[in-house]
Design a protein around this ligand. Structure first.
Ligand code: UT7
Length: 330
């Protein structure tokens, strides 16, 4: 009997732009201070993609190039490429299409997934299903956002959190039980009222009025989102452990969405994990939305060992949230 095929992560790539926006820079732009930002969120600086016409695809392309180089494959070998993002280069075509063109990934079909901060978890589960079906051998899933393109830098409640960045992983078939092993994903459109962008979609197309009313920026009711996020991320992560008969002792790493250090702490403590097992890079990059989880894998790749159990967990706009169990393959 043939063995079960799982989708192993076989390479990781990441990219953050050079330009840094520190808490001290923000002190000069809005009524805030480094101490407030650090203690309330954990962020110290974020990266900003500058340059005329530079877009989310410019963050994704170097990340995918890096993983191709690491794995020794040519982009033309990629069969499917999925980008999780809420800051696509354009409303259409998909950023993934543009990425494939820039990379020369001419044999891939490609599309975007809109799941905000859970974008990478959604694309990872989707990509893994394609591999598990037996039909595909090389699928690239990416999480990327140029949040600076939709942030109002006069709104101190949002501009302190977000940054730009991208990460990507290559998924390949595995018959030894490594890779994406389980996932619980959720969504609740009722959360839209607390976190959204008011204009630019078909409900409220761009007009002089929408621009004047600053409706092309992130609208967030921070406190409400915080409450849902703490519960959502912690509950689903604990549920994933229970469903798979795992405890905190079995987990080598929690890979949490980097929205707020306090949300990360609550999730880790609910899972019974000590601080050393939690990937935290929010201080350097802020919240890169769909970019946070693959950027953690990128930063920690060298410390990961074959067989390590990872739980990736996220909560964000939609609302969308979830947790995924990955057994590291290399
Ligand atoms: O990734 C997508 C999902 N998003 C999230 O998970 C974000 C969840 N929310 C949060 O992380 C937090 O709600 C924020 C970081 C956005 C805000 O932190 P908070 O502890 O919830 O602050 P708050 O909105 O309750 O405001 C507390 C106080 C207020 O002053 P008063 O009314 O108590 O006098 C705010 O006006 O802090 C004030 N404040 C600030 N002060 C200095 C709000 N923003 C700032 C600021 N600097 N940047």
């Amino acid at each position: 009997m043939s063995k079960k095929i799982t989708a192993a992560i076989t390479a990781v790539g990441g990219f953050v732009p050079e330009d840094r926006l520190t808490n001290f820079d923000l002190e000069k732009m809005v009524d805030t201070n480094d101490e407030w930002i650090r203690t309330r969120t954990g962020v110290e600086e974020r990266r900003i993609l500058k340059g005329e016409g530079k877009a989310t695809s410019d963050l994704v392309v170097p990340a995918v190039r890096e993983l191709c180089n690491k794995r020794g494959i040519d982009p033309s070998e990629i069969e499917c490429l999925i980008v999780g993002t809420v800051t696509p280069d354009m409303v259409f075509p998909a950023t993934a299409n543009i990425v494939c063109d820039k990379l020369g990934a001419r044999n891939a079909w490609s599309f975007d997934v809109s799941a905000a901060c859970s974008g990478f978890l959604y694309t990872l589960t989707l990509g893994a299903s394609l591999i598990e079906s037996g039909r595909y051998k090389k699928v690239v899933v990416c999480g990327a956002d140029k949040m600076s393109s939709i942030i109002d830098y006069s709104d101190r409640a949002t501009c302190i959190i977000f940054g730009d960045g991208a990460g990507a992983v290559l998924l390949e078939p595995n018959e030894d039980g490594y890779g994406v092993l389980d996932s619980i994903l959720r969504s609740d459109g009722n959360g839209c009222q607390y976190l959204h962008m008011k204009a630019g979609g078909s409900a409220r197309p761009a007009s002089i009025e929408t621009v004047m009313a600053k409706e092309h920026y992130v609208y967030q009711e921070g406190q409400a989102v915080f409450k849902f996020a703490v519960k959502g991320m912690a509950d689903v992560s604990a549920e994933l452990l229970e469903k798979n008969n795992l405890t905190g002792n079995d987990i080598a790493w929690l890979v949490p969405h980097q929205a707020n250090l306090r949300i990360i702490d609550a999730t880790a403590s609910r899972m019974g994990l000590s601080k050393e097992k939690v990937m935290i890079n929010i201080q350097k990059y802020g919240n890169t939305t769909a970019g946070t989880l693959p950027l953690c894998l990128w930063d920690w790749e060298k410390q990961l060992k074959k067989g390590d159990n990872l739980v990736l967990s996220a909560f964000g706009g939609g609302f969308t949230w979830g947790a995924t169990w990955v057994k590291w393959a290399y």
